[in-house]
Write a protein that binds this ligand. Structure first.
Ligand code: NDP
Length: 330
């Protein structure tokens, strides 16, 4: 038996509790992993609180990512004792996830732990950090380089935003961090942001085109914020959009695209092909200052993760939450 969070659905709606789970209950897969660390991402918080339609079958163990050690394997790629990382593939949504002592998954969903990271560091990065890296790669693919000018990061004090700020600053970009929490200015400057701006001016409908300011942007917010960011992107710039923390809609016009050649690059970490994942983890190893990881991480126990989920959705959590499940393995 091992401890895990279980989301169940009854007549009164869905609820999440910390409970004892037997290994026999785990879903199908050819690799079983002792989970050392998992994390709390926005999607996990939506699943645990029931604030978003994330869970596709009940009961469900949430946790869209984990890092751990293989305890059993029928997959030729993995042997007992291997250190592995999982991000996405519908785990924590349609397949039991990482917020439990063990997980059983398909081996082709896993990637080997990337040196020099420890299991804990891999989860300090987690899906949010790996997605931030995918966003930076998307900007690079669209020709956004440090000499082109300022890069805006929205939702900067959150998980994806914090890692994006740190990565872009280390790569030599001039980073402007947008946040609804001005009290986090010192934190964001510590990650490398050169300027902090509030989100007030971006949350209402704006003009189709605004003064050209941003060479590029990483957006986790969507809605009016993304529309207003697009309106201020310079000719031939690009925006990597990965999130909906501010809304699912996109009330924009075609003006930025057809009059300034702006590119809107969508980023999906869940079904991202294996080669691109491995590339993102290699890039994180070279482009993320490991010293900053401690700065942007806090630990919350499995039990505490249920309460922290509500705080995360309310925008009260700074940076990343690591959940030590079996930290002695780490
Ligand atoms: P966090 O909750 O850690 O960060 C989100 C941040 O967005 C908050 O910290 C806050 O930043 C800002 N924010 C929150 N609510 C609002 C609001 N109503 N309006 C405007 N800004 C808001 O979440 P993550 O960083 O883990 O994830 C961010 C987004 O990216 C989520 O929508 C998530 O689903 C998505 N995501 C997508 C992935 C993909 O594969 N496409 C993978 C990972 C995440 P501040 O306080 O600085 O204003």
């Amino acid at each position: 038996m091992f401890k895990g969070i279980l989301i169940e659905k009854g007549d009164a709606g869905q609820s999440a509790t910390l409970t004892e789970i037997g290994e026999d209950a785990l879903m199908e897969g050819d690799v079983t992993v002792d989970v050392a660390f998992s994390t709390l991402n926005y999607k996990d918080a939506l699943a645990i609180t029931g604030k978003g339609p994330i869970v596709r079958r009940f009961p469900m163990v949430p946790g869209i990512d984990f890092a751990g050690i293989v305890s059993a394997s029928d997959n030729p790629e993995y042997a007992v004792g291997d250190r592995v990382v999982l991000n996405g593939w519908g785990v924590g949504e349609g397949h039991w996830g990482g917020l439990a002592g063990k997980a059983r998954v398909r081996g082709d969903w896993l990637v080997p732990l990337q040196a020099p990271f420890s299991l804990r560091e891999a989860m300090a990065i987690g899906t949010a950090g790996y997605t931030a890296m995918l966003c930076v790669i998307a900007l690079e693919k669209n020709g956004v380089t440090p000499d082109k000018g300022e890069i805006l990061v929205t939702g900067a004090a959150g998980g994806v935003g914090s890692v994006a700020v740190a990565l872009l600053a280390k790569l030599g970009f001039q980073v402007v961090a947008m946040t609804g929490r001005p009290e986090e200015a010192t934190y964001l400057k510590g990650l490398g942001a050169q300027e902090i701006i509030g989100r007030e001016g971006f949350t209402s409908p704006g003009r189709p085109l605004a003064k050209e300011r941003w060479a590029g942007a990483v957006d986790v917010v969507g809605g009016h914020v993304l529309a207003n960011v697009l309106a201020g992107v310079k000719r031939s710039g690009a925006v990597a959009a990965c999130g909906l923390a501010g809304g699912m809609d996109l009330p924009t016009t075609v003006a930025p695209f057809i009059l300034r050649g702006v590119t809107l690059a969508g980023v999906d970490s869940v079904m991202c092909p294996r080669e691109e994942r491995l590339e993102a983890w290699r890039r994180l190893a070279s482009d993320l200052d490991p010293g900053l990881l401690a700065e942007l991480t806090q630990e919350v126990s499995l039990d505490g993760a249920i309460e922290a989920a509500g705080e995360l959705i309310a925008g009260q959590i700074r940076g990343r939450i690591v959940v030590p499940v079996n930290p002695e393995l780490g």
